[in-house]
Design a protein around this ligand. Structure first.
Ligand SMILES: [Zn+2]
Ligand SMILES: [Zn+2]
Length: 252
């Protein structure tokens, strides 16, 4: 499995980081924040995307899908695209496309929407990958994903405060991509707003026995505290920790 960090910023986009998106091999995207379309062009994989898993419908995590669909339509690309996401994903995307004067019939692009249930149980969707998802604890329905092929597992938390369900989902992951929006001193604020600190991310990685932790959803507000946040995580999780940067590539 190959993982490329497309966008590693949090709610506020920054000079060096675009909004959340993570590419697995050359066909699956986890989230699709603004800036993703251009990065996929740069990487030469824009036409091979088959599946997009959206964690939740906050602006930073999905608005890139509008320009990606626009690109496929206007370029006359013939392909099938499966979009997996929370309840109301299809209505939301279709409404924005309509408001942006995109035609209802998208030429040769066929989009299949798969909406997750508003339920506490692990949901499984089988594609080329085994995709498992669990509802996490954000401000409104948000989901984490576990992506497995024949050899490896990558789990991505999306936005969430720490909880046991995400630990269960991530069990034994080769890579855990976990949001770390705030440093430890803002833990109460982080949890109140449905987010993790760097120590929370490290605790999830440790308790789930993940092999490697990538901290993402990095805010420019805390850019100067990144070394402290990494140290806070290293005090808890003794395996490899990577601070997410756009276009880092990892082979598992
Ligand atoms: Zn976010
Ligand atoms: Zn969010």
């Amino acid at each position: 499995m190959r993982l490329i960090l497309i966008g590693t910023s949090g709610s506020i986009i920054s000079k060096s980081r675009s909004y959340p998106a993570f590419l697995i091999n050359d066909d699956l995207l986890l989230d699709c924040g603004e800036g993703t379309t251009q990065k996929l062009q740069q990487l030469g994989v824009i036409d091979s995307i088959e599946i997009i898993c959206l964690t939740h419908l906050h602006n930073d995590h999905f608005m890139g899908i509008i320009s990606l669909i626009w690109y496929y339509w206007i370029s006359g690309i013939s392909k099938k695209l499966q979009i997996i996401g929370p309840p109301n994903t299809e209505n939301t995307i279709k409404l924005i496309l309509k408001l942006a004067h995109t035609p209802e019939k998208l030429g040769s692009l066929r989009i299949q929407y798969t909406e997750l249930e508003d339920s506490e149980k692990i949901q499984e969707i089988n594609t080329n990958y085994t995709i498992r998802s669990i509802k996490v604890e954000h401000i409104f329905p948000a989901y984490a994903y576990r992506i497995k092929d024949s050899k490896s597992v990558i789990t991505y938390t999306g936005d969430t405060k720490p909880n046991q369900k995400i630990i269960n989902l991530a069990k034994g992951s080769d890579i855990l991509i976990c949001e770390a929006t705030f440093p430890d001193k803002l833990q109460r604020f982080a949890h109140k707003h449905g987010h993790c600190t760097s120590s929370d991310a490290a605790t999830i990685a440790k308790k789930s026995n993940s092999k490697k932790l990538i901290l993402v959803h990095i805010s420019p507000v805390f850019e100067n505290q990144i070394p402290i946040m990494k140290q806070q995580a290293e005090n808890i999780f003794k395996n490899d920790i990577i601070i997410g940067k756009d276009l880092i590539k990892l082979e598992i």
